[in-house]
Design a binder for this molecule. Structure first.
Ligand code: LMR
Length: 394
């Protein structure tokens, strides 16, 4: 049987991680995978998470199963964090999932169950794993224009034009904040236009929110998601705790199905639990419990928010420095978009041969589509990157 298996294409981001590890150069710079790193290149465990972990070790008395949806208290806290008071709690069905990727995968599974004919509209570009999962599941994908590589901003006219082709029951996949891979985001009036448009077309928005707190702040980064969830009759939301709680390997995420129609929540909740049971039964609990403890304790929550804010402002400072260095070296403002982008990533918008030249000549690793992880930089490497960008002719 195994003779029928073919080699699978390598995941671009994960392959890059390996290539970086294999490079013997001491001064190499890793701007690849979306993992936060401090100035020393270390991914720290957040203080509040460490404190919660200690408390948990001392107080946890059982490792017996939770429920198919995970601990409902985790869902309650996460719903509050993401949706605030934008929708009634009773309108939201939610289950814990193994990471944000698990939530995305379960969200697509829910779509397939509810409307097997749905097409999924995705931004061009999007996180490569969205496309890979959709292909694996056999769901038809329709790209919509999103990034304008001339300006480094959103091609909003193109986006609206393309989304007019969405039909009733189709899915429009949106990034809640800190668009991955471009770093270019919608303004609030653009979110409103998108909400009106998907409603007009009868399409269902699905939001992947994996970087809340990394862009403009916890509340600001959730504003687009809240607007959509409040204005659209149905919304699917896949959330990750990997980045903002720094618990990558614990695999902690939440899938929500928001429905304003009275009486819909119970069936939605049952279907989400059913999908968990079919795919992996009970979701992992350790990371979810830490998040629940942090969000449920005033002191831990305040400390977590303070540390997250340090992370966010540190990345903003690096962005501004890089844009400033490039302004000086290029004598122009053509890299000004780097300071406008938000979150962990920015897309330079250059051709793959330039990305390759950065890697080969300067030991600088970024994804082939010119996405770079800003958190991979520090005060020493910012000028080095700026010089390399100019040197390879970007
Ligand atoms: C990324 O985009 O680099 C992260 O979300 C990590 C991943 O799983 O791809």
């Amino acid at each position: 049987m195994f003779e029928h298996l073919k080699d699978q294409p390598a995941d671009k981001i994960l392959a890059l991680m390996q290539a970086f590890k294999d490079d013997p150069r001491e001064d190499k710079i890793d701007l690849g995978v979306g993992v936060y790193k401090d100035a020393q290149g270390h991914t720290p465990i957040m203080r509040a998470i460490k404190a919660a972990e200690k408390q948990l070790w001392e107080t946890e008395e059982t490792k017996s199963y939770t429920g198919l949806a995970g601990d409902p208290a985790f869902a309650d806290r996460m719903i509050e964090l993401i949706l605030g008071d934008a929708v009634e709690r009773g309108a939201v069905a939610a289950v814990a999932t193994p990471g944000g990727t698990g939530a995305v995968r379960q969200g697509f599974d829910l779509v397939r169950l509810a409307n097997p004919g749905a097409k999924v509209f995705v931004s061009d570009p999007t996180w490569p794993n969205h496309l890979s999962i959709l292909k694996h599941m056999g769901l038809p994908v329709v790209p919509y224009r999103y990034f304008d590589s001339e300006t480094g901003g959103v091609d909003f006219d193109g986006m609206v034009e393309d989304l007019k082709h969405a039909e009733k029951g189709d899915i429009v996949l949106l990034h809640g904040c800190c668009h991955n891979p471009t770093g270019a985001n919608l303004t609030m009036s653009q979110w409103q236009e998108v909400a009106d448009l998907v409603n007009k077309q009868g399409a269902v928005p699905m939001i992947d929110i994996a970087y809340q707190g990394f862009g403009d702040g916890l509340e600001e980064d959730a504003a687009g998601t809240r607007l959509i969830a409040a204005h659209c009759p149905e919304t699917i939301i896949a959330a990750s705790c990997s980045k903002n709680f720094g618990i990558y390997r614990e695999r902690t995420g939440l899938l929500m199905a928001v429905a304003h129609e009275a009486g819909r929540q119970k069936t939605n909740q049952g279907n989400l639990a059913y999908l968990n049971r079919q795919n992996y039964s009970f979701p992992p609990d350790h990371g979810a419990r830490l998040v629940l403890m942090v969000l449920g304790d005033d002191a831990l929550r305040a400390d977590w928010q303070a540390e997250l804010e340090e992370v966010r402002t540190g990345m903003l400072r690096l962005r501004e420095r890089l844009a400033g260095e490039l302004r000086e070296l290029s004598g122009s403002d053509r890299f000004g978009f780097l300071a406008q982008h938000r979150g962990m990533f920015s897309r330079l918008g250059c051709a793959p041969d330039k990305v390759e030249a950065l890697r080969e000549k300067h030991g600088i690793y970024m994804v082939g589509d010119s996405r770079m992880n800003i958190a991979g930089l520090n005060d020493e490497t910012v000028p080095k990157l700026a010089r390399a960008i100019i040197d390879v002719g970007i």
